[in-house]
Design a protein around this ligand. Structure first.
Ligand SMILES: C=CC1=C(C)c2cc3[nH]c(cc4nc(cc5[nH]c(cc1n2)c(C)c5CCC(=O)O)C(CCC(=O)O)=C4C)c(C)c3C=C
Ligand SMILES: [Fe+2]
Ligand SMILES: [Fe+2]
Length: 343
């Protein structure tokens, strides 16, 4: 991937997470774009992060999201090397905490990179995730060429990677329950206004922004994972879909919620459920707290046993998917060669 005119490199984009509890208010201010959240929200999130191992001082390891994202970058660099791209470096930039996207791009410049292939570690495209990553990249990348990968929800290796994690836990759940256990696929919720068509103003002329494709893409990924499970007897009636982790602000968020879907699953006579989030590529608070602690307790109250598929984390198949995107072997949805401004 080293071009003649300059060097190409990959930039993996991720959410970011605080390193210690005392950084929570500053971190949340990044997440909301500076809009302060009530002190109770800051404390509730500190409580959740404490439950997943964050402390007052840095731990021996980085928090899970940072740790796994850096491991994924390292594995991708090795995989590109094996594919013959031995000069292609992989950088990590986070939107809301260190290492920031702007700092990663500054380092890329120092290293002589002129062409950035930016890949979001959020496969389903939404204005509230991928859209904000794009904005952060373009703000920092003036004069550099950017291929921005805006969506890869239908990548067959993504579905395969999730199916590989799902199959063993689904088999275990069915064996332990001595009956078929449904799977509940989830993706992060977004505010309802996000998925609605928007009026955008372009040089004073009002025009319609297309609707956000996120909800459709999230369900499509789930459908493809279910299709990958067909050879082991997994059928259409074996799965449900819900949006998890509705936020604390911005009006109503899209559903169905996990809480109401668990209730429906119970009402349909099931005794257990296997959860698999198909929008997250590694462990972080919305898996380790929301699913492993909060939804597990909710399910228990309803009389359901909850299992969770292991996160992709260092999955070889995920790394192969990213390799195919980085090398162009897989045609992801790309905003090609944006040059933010002339040097
Ligand atoms: C597709 C949309 C979103 C994904 C994917 C997503 C992943 C994600 N989020 C966090 C942590 C937080 N997100 C918070 C708020 C928030 N998240 C989204 C959308 C996605 N997040 C929106 C639209 C918002 C609201 C932002 C606002 O301006 O208010 C917060 C703040 C508290 C809250 O509202 O819940 C946190 C914390 C992680 C770690 C993550 C995936 C890695
Ligand atoms: Fe979020
Ligand atoms: Fe969230």
């Amino acid at each position: 991937m080293s071009g003649e005119a300059g060097r190409s490199a990959v930039l993996l984009l991720a959410h970011g997470t605080p390193d210690v509890l005392g950084e929570m208010a500053a971190y949340l201010s990044k997440v909301t774009g500076g809009r302060p959240l009530p002190q109770e929200v800051v404390e509730e999130l500190q409580h959740r992060y404490r439950q997943i191992g964050l402390g007052e001082t840095p731990g021996a390891e980085a928090p899970p999201l940072t740790k796994w994202t850096l491991i994924q970058a390292h594995l991708l660099e090795r995989s590109l090397d094996r594919n013959g791209d031995s000069n292609t470096r992989v950088y990590v930039g986070m939107r809301n905490w260190h290492p920031y996207i702007a700092d990663a791009i500054a380092q890329m410049r120092l290293d002589g990179v002129t062409h950035i292939k930016a890949i979001c570690l959020a496969p389903q495209n939404s204005r509230t995730s991928v859209g904000l990553y794009r904005k952060a990249v373009l703000a920092a990348a003036d004069g550099l060429e950017v291929d921005f990968v805006a969506g890869w929800a239908e990548h067959p290796l993504l579905a395969q990677a999730f199916a590989e994690r799902l199959w063993p836990v689904w088999a275990l759940a069915c064996a332990q329950s001595k009956r078929r256990v449904p799977v509940l696929f989830t993706a992060h919720s977004v505010p309802c206004r996000t998925v609605m068509t928007k009026e955008a103003s372009d040089n004073g002329a009002s025009q319609q922004e297309p609707p956000d494709t996120y909800a459709v893409e999230a369900k499509r990924t789930a459908e493809l994972v279910a299709q990958h499970m067909a050879p082991v007897g997994f059928g259409e009636k074996d799965w449900y879909f819900a949006f998890q982790s509705q936020g604390v602000s911005g009006g109503p968020w899209i559903g169905p919620t996990v809480e109401e879907t668990l209730k429906s699953i119970k009402d349909e006579g099931h005794v257990g459920v296997v959860m698999q989030p198909i929008g997250f590529l590694c462990d972080h608070v919305e898996i380790l707290y929301d699913i492993d602690i909060a939804f597990t307790e909710k399910a228990r109250e309803l009389g359901l046993k909850l299992w969770r598929a292991e996160s992709l984390n260092d999955s070889d198949v995920l790394i192969n998917a990213l390799t195919q995107i980085a090398t162009g072997q897989y045609k992801a949805v790309v905003d090609e060669a944006i040059v933010p401004a002339q040097v």
